[in-house]
Design a binder for this molecule. Structure first.
Ligand code: OAA
Ligand code: MG
Length: 595
């Protein structure tokens, strides 16, 4: 990854000339082509006379973006820029990351996916449909880049909290990879978005004349697994086992299985399970440093609302952290810190309809407490014993609010995609027994958030330690009886804090496997970047402006863990081939126009 500053002059880099050059987004510089370049590249007359520098171009782009009527218009404008002048796009995004990230990423990218077929202009990435099974390897050969390091692949079944969007979900891999480049520093040409189009169960999409995907219901079962396997093996064959595959927005029923099945075949991870977990853990570690918050995980009890990939992933990482740091004697003790409410109420030992994944967090509850807090789970009879042999366990349905009253958690973590689930009654109750309740509303996009930032602060008398998956504006409120208004900057507990740096680290080390230990280190690296002033303003994450530095630090941590565990195939400039912060900075892509 040589920096653009060392590259040969553009006329030596390419044989393209004239209009063809202007139409190539990787090489195009628009009005920034210099007099000499215009002369040598046959551009005279094809551009207005004035030469503008990148700064002036940036100003024009921002002016246009700020004039757009809607966020979706901003998304369309930004993608158009990407498709005509890649370097300028990334420069603008990097230099305005706080302002622009919500357009190319969550939440606007969710709307862009819902409207994908309607706003579609130019294809980007690879669309591998089930109709192409048996020749996926040939499709990879159609991709123009020889060397791909990072793939983000989805089958579109669980796009953010928006559900099954089928092939329209392609906006997500595209958006994630834009952050790989802008926030992580991976070279754009090394990234590849992939849609594994196996159909959709979304009939609105299927009925839409502009829906871009296969017109069929989802392929399931063995055929589905064989198709995904064909894809993984094709990637391995073409780009090697080090080519990172990030699984994104798969339905729970597939997410865990695919992760386990392929993580030792190909360097890969699931962002919604592991990336989200690392960021949430980082946020919790930040929260522990807040004044008047118990400073160890073992002093907390977390109640998760939602028991899907994100929630279980977070809990597993909390457990791993507690074990590593001696905060629990064994796994069972650590798991006791985490409780779950799913669509059938609180998960407790002996409750019916608990999958194996969730059963690990089904803890014992005395029967009288179940009877006190629950309602009949079976539509009337109430007191039926569990079918699994736990004959004394009554089957009761315990809703979120009752679970909060029963367990009195110190932290409430929303991964449910149910907006407004964290009500005034729940949050004000938490504030009644907990000096500083931790409230993480992680569901995306904003429309699915369990509560807004304002609600979290208002309902807890400004004492909540809040973070959310989607961005919220700063909140100014006055606590009851408080003399002055307080301004809170809610942190964004989004996996975007993690995956660009993680992927960058894996690529830097040439790692052949992505291990759980790397996510613990990534979480620590993010938490280590939180400053006292962040905590003072209520933020348990470093500001987004520092995302490139955050990513570089994560990358070093991940690369060194790969090195330690024997998975690295490259070495850094530090002692014994370890990686240094300087290594990461040096390798980070920095979009400029060459010489
Ligand atoms: O994309 C995001 O904003 C975070 C994420 O992975 C998800 O919600 O599925
Ligand atoms: Mg996701």
């Amino acid at each position: 990854m040589s920096s653009a500053k060392q590259r040969a002059p553009i006329w030596e880099q390419t044989r393209l000339r004239g209009v063809e050059l202007l139409r190539n987004p990787r090489l195009n510089r628009g009005m920034a082509f210099t007099e000499e370049e215009r002369e040598r590249l046959g551009l005279r007359g094809l551009l207005p006379a004035r030469v503008l520098d990148m700064e002036a171009q940036k100003m024009r782009i921002m002016e246009n973006l700020r004039r757009c009527a809607t966020d979706l218009d901003r998304y369309v404008q930004l993608i158009s820029l990407l498709q005509r002048n890649e370097a300028l796009f990334f420069r603008v995004l990097i230099d305005n990351v706080t302002e622009l990230m919500p357009y190319v990423y969550t939440p606007t990218v969710g709307e862009a996916c819902q409207r994908f077929g309607h706003i579609f202009k130019t294809p980007r990435g690879l669309f591998i449909s089930y109709a192409d099974r048996g020749r996926v390897r040939q499709l990879l050969d159609n991709w123009p880049e020889a060397d791909v390091s990072v793939i983000v692949a989805t089958d579109g079944e669980r796009i953010l909290g928006l559900g099954d969007l089928g092939a329209s979900g392609m906006g997500i891999p595209i958006g994630k990879l834009l952050l790989y480049v802008a926030c992580g520093g991976i070279m754009p040409e090394k990234t590849l978005p992939v849609m594994l189009d196996v159909g959709t169960e979304n009939f609105e999409m299927l009925d839409d004349p502009l829906y871009p995907g296969l017109l069929q219901r989802r392929v399931r079962g063995e055929e589905y697994d064989a198709f995904v396997e064909e894809f993984v093996l094709a990637v391995k064959d073409k780009w090697g086992e080090k080519c990172l595959i990030q699984w994104e927005d798969f339905a729970n029923a597939n997410a865990f299985r695919l992760l386990q099945r392929f993580r030792h075949v190909q360097c890969s991870f699931n962002d919604d399970i592991q990336g989200t977990a690392a960021v949430a853990l980082a946020g919790l570690l930040g929260a522990l440093r807040m004044p008047r918050v118990p400073s160890q995980l073992r002093q907390h009890r977390f109640l998760f609302y939602g028991a899907g990939s994100a929630g279980l992933g977070i809990a597993d990482l909390i457990v791993a952290y507690m074990l590593k740091h001696g905060e629990a004697a064994d796994e069972a003790e650590a798991r006791e810190r985490c409780w779950f409410v799913d669509s059938k109420g609180l998960i407790y030992r002996g409750r019916a309809l608990v999958t194996d994944e969730k059963a690990r967090y089904a803890h014992a509850v005395p029967a009288e407490r179940l009877l006190e807090h629950g309602t009949a789970a079976d539509g009337g009879h109430g007191n039926v014993a569990a079918a699994d042999g736990a004959r004394t366990t009554p089957q009761r349905r315990i809703e979120l609010e009752d679970a909060v009253r029963m367990l009195r958690p110190t932290g409430l973590i929303g991964v449910s995609t149910i907006p407004k689930a964290f009500t005034h009654s729940i949050l004000s109750y938490m504030a009644s027994y907990q000096e500083r309740p931790i409230v993480f509303a992680l569901s995306n996009p904003t429309s699915k958030s369990e509560c807004t930032a304002r609600e979290a602060y208002e309902f807890t008398d400004a004492r909540a330690v809040f973070a959310s998956g989607s961005p919220f504006d700063p909140v100014v409120i006055r606590a009851e009886g408080g003399a002055e208004e307080q301004r809170f900057l809610p942190g964004q507990a989004n996996n975007s804090y993690c995956f660009p740096g993680c992927g960058f680290g894996v690529v830097m080390a040439g790692a052949t496997c992505f291990t759980d230990a790397m996510f613990l280190d990534a979480a620590n690296a993010v938490a280590g970047m939180v400053q006292a002033e962040d905590l003072e303003s209520g933020r348990v994450f470093p500001p987004l402006e520092k995302i490139r530095e955050v990513s570089a630090r994560i990358a070093v941590a991940v690369a060194n863990e790969a090195h330690r565990a024997g998975y690295a195939t490259k070495s850094g400039s530090g002692p014994k081939g370890t990686f240094t912060f300087e290594d990461a900075c040096q390798w980070q892509y920095d979009p400029v126009y060459g010489i």
